[in-house]
Design a protein around this ligand. Structure first.
Ligand SMILES: [Zn+2]
Length: 298
């Protein structure tokens, strides 16, 4: 699932191709056609996606893990969710997009003034369809965007801001970091990475972290996310998934050696997912108990 760094890089990638367009001599690309392959990804019906045809792309932004294409005042807002992805092509197929069982959910074709068919497909694998597309006049009309917490890479997100969102919380820090209304853009992968870098147990209670731990968490949030953004920036959309995986030190690396201390990376269930951590770096050498069986007792 793409998180803050990948969506940030995707936004930059699209900005370069659709807004700045140095290769095309500058100037905004204009939407030629929007094809819907999976009607259930559309979460709004007015204005319809067809209203985007003829509009220039005036900006591309990120809100948390949401991608926002500004089409001269109308916004195409996308949440890729767990299995969704954006595939860019300079030459999209000419076959019409029809609702069906293919992973193709939405196709946006741009007019390049010549014979090319540049644009992107939004695709989603698997049976759990969670990719979400909104066409709105203001991105804040999407409730999940309006309720987003602060962006950890925003300059205004300082140590005091982190202290404020941790204070008094009885939630485990792993869960808190993933909560989009608390902090925008961090998901399952980067929360594992940030906690590993900060040497904090994923099960630590947020409100009970001491000053030292909060400072380490703050520094790790900024460092891990900023380095991931730097690593992803400039990469084509097709390489972002691999770049994300390559940058992970503990997430998705169960059984491998911790790059810091050499201990084995362990896995434990958390909510509906699993998390990875290093016991030596994060939990004083003591493996965490798997709460899969006991979560109903709380
Ligand atoms: Zn370690």
């Amino acid at each position: 699932m793409p998180e803050l760094p990948e969506v940030e890089a995707l936004a930059g990638f699209l900005r370069q191709r659709l807004v700045e367009r140095p290769a095309a001599g500058g100037g905004a690309a204009v939407v030629a056609e929007v094809g819907v392959g999976a009607i259930n990804v559309l979460k709004t019906f007015d204005p319809p996606p067809s209203a985007l045809a003829g509009l220039p792309v005036t900006g591309v932004a990120r809100h948390g893990k949401w991608l926002d294409l500004d089409l001269d005042g109308l916004h195409l807002v996308v949440h890729l969710s767990r299995a969704g992805w954006l595939r860019w092509s300079e030459q999209l197929p000419t076959t019409p997009v029809r609702p069906g069982k293919s992973p193709l959910a939405l196709r946006v074709l741009f007019d390049d003034g010549e014979d090319g068919r540049p644009g992107f497909d939004l695709t989603e694998q698997g049976t759990h369809k969670r990719l979400a597309v909104h066409v709105v006049r203001d991105p804040r009309q999407v409730a999940a965007i309006a309720s987003l917490g602060p962006d950890p890479l925003d300059d205004s997100f300082d140590l005091t801001a982190l202290q404020a969102l941790l204070a008094g919380s009885r939630q485990q820090v792993k869960g808190l970091l993933r909560e989009q209304s608390v902090l925008a853009g961090v998901g399952n992968a980067y929360s594992d990475e940030v906690l590993h870098a900060a040497r904090i147990s994923p099960f630590a209670v947020s409100g009970k972290l001491d000053d030292d731990e909060v400072s380490r968490l703050y520094a790790s949030l900024k460092d891990v996310l900023a380095s991931a953004v730097a690593a992803a920036t400039g990469k084509p959309a097709s390489q972002l998934k691999d770049a994300k995986r390559a940058g992970m030190r503990v997430h998705g690396r169960t059984g491998e050696a911790c790059p810091v201390c050499g201990d084995v990376v362990r896995e434990v269930s958390f909510a509906d997912r699993s998390l990875q951590y290093c016991a030596t770096c994060q939990t004083g050498g003591k493996p965490l108990a798997d709460r899969r069986t006991s979560k109903f007792l709380r």
